[in-house]
Design a protein around this ligand. Structure first.
Ligand code: GLA
Length: 738
């Protein structure tokens, strides 16, 4: 049992294997936060935790309660307007324009398991034996509104999932702000660790101490964005990969979000995670309910690696589609960087043949197979094959790939429309635009109004037809521009601010219908690389294209940042040609592969143009990856030395299997230097008692030795750079139980 309630004291203690989360109902009948951190024993009450100090000049509940000052209280889900001037968790507007709420606690219920949300991606416990859910009910009598706070406790993974719902009775209300999670912490001695960047430079770690005021990351792009990932952490200043206290927060949503951390005048910290209240409002008519997306929080006192591991476990069990959770992903070849849109069946077949020879398992046909799309000006929305490129139809080509025993995948960009397209000729009004305003182009394309049911239906029908025709195995679902001139032609003026959320609900509906109708099809989400790399997408598409940047060195930074909050099977990682298309860098193919092993491996280059020596290497890489695929995709990922901690230009990643009988460590050396310091490689996460060999060598090492004494790998000082350059090199060490 993970939820302990003391009814007399109205105290709730949510316990996971290693954490405790405690709150109680306060004098004003709202819920007040008491503690979140390492697990402590259950007691009837925690009077000391609830002790308050009186401060001058703050508002009190009544004249007789001078110590009840909302400004000083740690709250569970804060309102505005009653004397707490920190940013609130929610804000409603009533029919008379007032924004003051007085929700009072009504009661609670506990249920086993965790039901999926209806129209939103969500966590789940379908069997009902791995989670407990607590719902707390509050009512604002005067305005007839119910508010429910939902908590699901995933005991084993140390994760708590939160959301809220607002229901209206007798009156219409406007929800102007409805965050999914609030956490008030008693001090501010934390670093905020966020993952930010840009297109081709996604999710670089940034660590900054909290300070007075608000630090936040957010998106207003109706996509979670390349710029800021919704995942972030609050870590004690001394926390590193191996030790220290850290909270992790993530949001199961793909649209506009806000993660905000406010440090107030008394150095307490308020965390808020939810839909960005800017560009959002939702009208709840009499009898209707608004459900927020879910947010997750987790804590460990054992450092960043442990936090990543508990999230990784959690996603595979309670977020990723069970059809693909823990299932090995195929090695693919994608034709994008090999041909861009300049291809036809005759040009592609040799690539397919060669890829097959190399042991690659799936061919993915990227952008340019439909309508008459020879460049990015046309054809988005016309989801039928370009017969000039495929005389035998797309099904004919798919059959040839399937006949080789390979899987077949296709690229779609469902949410988009080109002005030069049949779809636009027929339905110009399906494109998002604001009446009488110019339309802003981006990548020569425009966005479909996914809030319209007929648009979702059209896409479902056309995509289904292609899926059936080609017996499709995989879809890369791309999304290459953000919305401008946001306006819903079918929404009334008082519902226009619902557009962003409704758009994402339309995207989710299409995903839900397709994944239900075609459970065998593996989806990979993509948004110009990692522009929508979030848990909302991953509920439907168990993997995402990590970044358009395929340069091995850049990918070290990107995948390293990504690994803090996500698990390796959730990102695609490809070996591409050099000079690299994004940064022009030359790196050895061995290094490109070594980086891409730590993810869902793919190749994205013209294998018909490579020298035999490189083809031989690819064949070996594919065989090596197949042998260790489970370990690379699902093993425990350790950042031993990360770009943010390493001082010697050498980074080490490691994956370890469940019974610790096997581990693979990759050591990347960025730039070489003269007379470098002597460095050892320290394994981690091994069994100290077990004996291991390294790369099949004769000498045996105990796990304790490899972890504490380390293993010496000489630096590469090769003088024949064309063969084995010393810059951008990689070494792979396979530790196997002897
Ligand atoms: C985006 C994707 C690429 C590729 C192109 C095709 O940029 O991230 O991988 O699919 O679109 O237009």
């Amino acid at each position: 049992m993970s939820i302990h309630v003391n009814e007399e004291n109205k105290l709730f203690h949510l316990q996971t294997a290693h954490t405790s989360y405690i709150f109680k109902i306060l004098e004003n009948d709202e819920a007040g936060q008491l503690y979140y951190g390492p697990r402590i024993p259950v007691k009837d009450d925690y009077k000391n935790l609830a002790t308050r100090e009186e401060h001058d000049c703050t508002n009190t509940l009544t004249v007789d309660q001078p110590d009840f000052q909302l400004e000083l209280i740690k709250r569970e889900y804060a309102s505005f307007g009653k004397g707490d001037y920190r940013y609130p968790a929610y804000q409603l507007t009533f029919h008379n324009g007032s924004r003051t709420t007085e929700f009072r606690y009504m009661g609670y219920s506990i249920t086993k398991g965790k039901k999926r949300l209806k129209d939103l991606p969500s966590t789940f416990d379908d069997a009902g034996d791995d989670a407990e859910t607590l719902d707390l009910a509050f009512k604002d009598e005067y305005d007839h509104v119910m508010m429910l706070l939902h908590y699901t406790i995933f005991e084993k993974e140390d994760v708590i999932v939160r959301s809220a719902t607002f229901s209206s009775f007798c009156t219409d209300i406007m929800v102007n702000r409805a965050m999914s999670l609030e956490l008030d912490l008693p001090d501010a001695n934390y670093d905020m660790v966020q993952f930010s960047g840009s297109w081709s430079r996604e999710r670089h770690m940034i660590r900054t101490p909290l300070r007075s005021g608000i630090q936040s990351i957010s998106s207003l792009r109706t996509a979670s964005s390349h710029q800021h990932n919704p995942f972030f952490m609050l870590a004690r200043p001394n926390t590193d990969n191996n030790q220290g206290g850290v909270f992790g927060f993530n949001f199961i949503y793909s649209g506009n979000f806000l993660d905000s951390v406010e440090v107030d005048q008394f150095d307490t910290t308020r965390v808020l995670v939810g839909i960005n209240p800017d560009e959002f409002a939702w009208k709840v008519d009499d009898g209707e309910t608004f459900q927020t997306p879910e947010a997750i929080m987790t804590y460990t006192d054992k450092g960043f690696n442990q936090l990543s591991h508990q999230l990784a476990d959690f996603y595979q069990k309670h977020l990723i589609n069970p059809h693909f959770a823990g299932k090995e992903r195929p090695i693919l070849i994608n034709n994008w960087e090999a041909t861009f849109m300049d291809f036809n069946e005759a040009k592609l077949m040799p690539i397919v043949d060669k890829a097959h020879e190399l042991g690659i398992e799936m061919f993915v046909l990227d952008d340019g197979w439909f309508g008459h799309r020879d460049d990015d000006h046309t054809s988005l929305g016309d989801w039928f094959v370009d017969e000039k490129k495929f005389e035998n139809g797309i099904d004919g080509f798919a059959k040839k790939v399937h006949d080789k025993g390979m899987k077949f995948g296709l690229w779609f960009e469902p949410e988009m429309i080109s002005i030069e397209s049949k779809l636009y000729e027929e339905h110009p009004d399906w494109m998002i635009s604001t009446p009488d305003r110019l339309i802003t182009p981006a990548r020569n394309q425009y966005v479909l109004d996914m809030t319209r049911q007929e648009v979702v239906d059209y896409l479902f029908d056309h995509m289904s037809a292609i899926i059936k025709k080609t017996k499709l195995d995989y879809i890369k679902w791309d999304m290459n521009r953000n919305i401008t001139e946001m306006f819903g032609s079918q929404l009334k003026h008082d519902r226009q601010l619902e557009f962003g959320h409704r758009y994402i609900l339309g995207v989710y509906q299409l995903y839900a219908r397709l994944t239900e109708a075609f459970p065998e099809v593996l989806f990979e989400s993509c948004a110009s690389g990692g522009g929508r790399f979030d848990l909302g997408m991953m509920y439907y598409a168990p993997q995402a294209w990590c970044s358009d940047d395929t340069d091995a060195v850049e990918r070290i930074y990107i995948q390293d940042g990504t690994s803090y909050g996500y698990q390796q099977s959730m990102w695609g990682a490809h070996v591409s040609a050099v000079p690299n298309d994004q940064v022009g860098r030359l790196t050895p193919i061995a290094t490109r592969a070594a980086v891409a092993y730590f993810g869902d491996l793919g190749y994205e280059l013209d294998v018909t143009k490579l020298p035999q020596e490189e083809l031989d290497q690819i064949k070996e890489q594919v065989a090596f990856y197949k042998k260790h695929r489970r370990l690379f995709q699902f093993g425990k990922f350790y950042r031993i030395d990360s770009p943010d901690t390493a001082t010697d230009n050498v980074y080490d990643w490691e994956v370890v299997n469940d019974d610790k009988s096997e581990a693979i460590l990759a050591r990347f050396q960025i730039l070489n230097g003269p007379n470098p310091a002597y460095i050892r490689t320290y394994f981690t996460g091994l069994d100290p008692e077990k004996m291991y060999t390294i790369n099949g060598g004769d000498e045996k090492f105990s796990g304790a030795e490899l972890m504490n004494v380390g293993y010496f790998v000489p630096r590469i000082m090769e003088r024949k750079p064309e063969k084995d350059p010393s810059d951008f090199s990689a070494r792979i060490l396979v530790a196997k139980e002897a």
